[in-house]
Design a protein around this ligand. Structure first.
Ligand code: SF4
Ligand code: SF4
Length: 56
């Protein structure tokens, strides 16, 4: 299990700052989550202004 960031992402960076695992980085046109590093805490989903991170 890991969270995945949808195309709704507006690249604000808030989730990356809040991720306790350092699993989020800026990708091509949106931010991306490293599934192997994600600990499924949900902080990114709570922080995101557009609801882009979703539990898979
Ligand atoms: Fe990071 Fe938690 Fe989001 Fe996984 S669910 S990417 S660990 S903030
Ligand atoms: Fe994208 Fe949401 Fe993360 Fe901002 S908080 S970079 S909109 S996924």
């Amino acid at each position: 299990m890991a969270y995945v960031i949808s195309d709704e992402c507006v690249s604000c960076g808030a989730c990356a700052a809040d991720c306790p695992a350092g699993a989020i980085s800026e990708g091509d046109g949106k931010y991306v989550i490293d599934a192997d590093a994600c600990v499924d805490c949900g902080a990114c989903a709570s922080t995101c202004p557009v609801g882009a991170p979703q539990a898979e």
